[in-house]
Design a protein around this ligand. Sequence first.
Ligand code: SAH
Length: 504
Amino acid sequence: MNKGKVYLIGAGPGDPELLTLKGKRCLGEADVIVGDYLADKRILKFAKPDAEYIYVGKKVGCHTMKQHEISELLAEKGREGKIVARLKGGDPFVFGRGGEEIEVLRRAGVAFEEIPGVTSAIAALAYAGIPVTHRGVAASFTVITGHEDPTKDKSSIHWDKLACGSDTLIFLMSVGHTELIASQLMKYGRSPDTPAAFVRWGTRPYQETYTTTLENAAKDVVEKGIEPPAVFVVGNVVKLREEMRWFDNRPLFGKRIIITRSRTQASRLANALEERSACCIEIPTISIEAPSDDYAGMDDGIEHLDEYNWLIFTSQNGVNYFFNRLFEKGKDLRSVGHLKLAAIGPATAKELKKYGLNNDCVPKQYKAEDLVEEMRPLVKAGDKILIPRAKVARSVLPEGLESMGCDVNVVEAYTTHPDKGGKEKLLEILENKKVDIVTFTSSSTVYNFMDQLDGRTELLKGVQLACIGPITADSCRKYHLEPDVVSDVYTIDGLVDAIEKGVH
Ligand code: SAH
């Protein structure tokens, strides 16, 4: 039996977290993903890494693929036995032509499911602080296509009934027709001073909201250069925005922030910033790879673990590379059972916790100097200490411990390499002044970032620099750049808090 199936998935209006749980699951099962212009690419992280991605995006004026060709493509992939995720912006059945695709699939005998999505008609307004109904203000709302030419003879929109028949009127695909829409509504009795608004790219960090009145809406489109995609809303609910705004008045809203961490580590910082409405651009400056000595040092440490008293980690990567290697060698957690464990900070301690291991020493501040002090009462001369960590790292920790008479063995757990893959993009966005903040989470991100600028530090004029702590900040100063934000809690959350408080 053919197992092919097409899921028509409502991808939501943009904020990736507005994808439904069912949509996420089906996307994760798909062999083929057929994506739209309005379906936000960030949700592709839920797809299988080897899934085929086909972009069939449609944008006013430049159709990549005709509707019937898209429907045929879905049917063909389904017939081949593939699981297909057809991602559509918002909800597939709200002006999404989901029904047309289903008709073709049904005729082709291909199984399908429709997974509703959060429509931009409601969500874009919600993110602008405009509820579609509100007690005492609006008891009804209507969603209307603005794509239809309202003057055409056989308009299927009953303007005479619509104008005053629903409290909140929400038009999609309407920007180019605002004048005609507004004049029809006023002609049939809607007051010219009715509040109205455009919400463009709703729910995304670059959302734009323009409030106006029915009378002035068309003029504003021209004067303010409002372009699709936008939702046009008419009704008294628009006034509620003043008190109900929440998304676009946060300090980080719309701030374009570069993340310089390695690709594997970028998402935690990016997610935390995006949760606060920032717009993140990932330009990894380092990549994390296996140790350059082909695990020789680490294998030796692992082989002789029974001789050690302490195992100290200075990064999450160190923890993961160490335990992966331990398990690869056929050992398990019993090999570290006799050891005391220390982590340089809470993120490293949390990583240990994932292996079910408690930590015997986390310093109050998260620097090597503090860890040395914290360890002082806990170790005695002659203690043997293993530190699996990055190849290039400061010597404060081993030297501090050695000065207490400990026998310290630093082994290479991983190496960091400069990643220059994003250099062109970086220079382009800096040249075009499309960056507000650059974040640095370690000295090596600073060095490798600066390296990519080829000495053109003037490109950073007007760009704020945010560092995770004083050591990273000092690394910036080596380039005669004074950081604007230096976190005094040396964690990702601490950095995000400091950026939120410190940006201007
Ligand atoms: N199925 C989609 C609508 C498709 S029609 C949904 O349910 O949201 C395309 C129109 O939707 C655009 O012209 C615009 O009016 C609106 N739209 C889609 N996403 C939007 C967004 N993030 N912000 C504002 N308008 C959006």
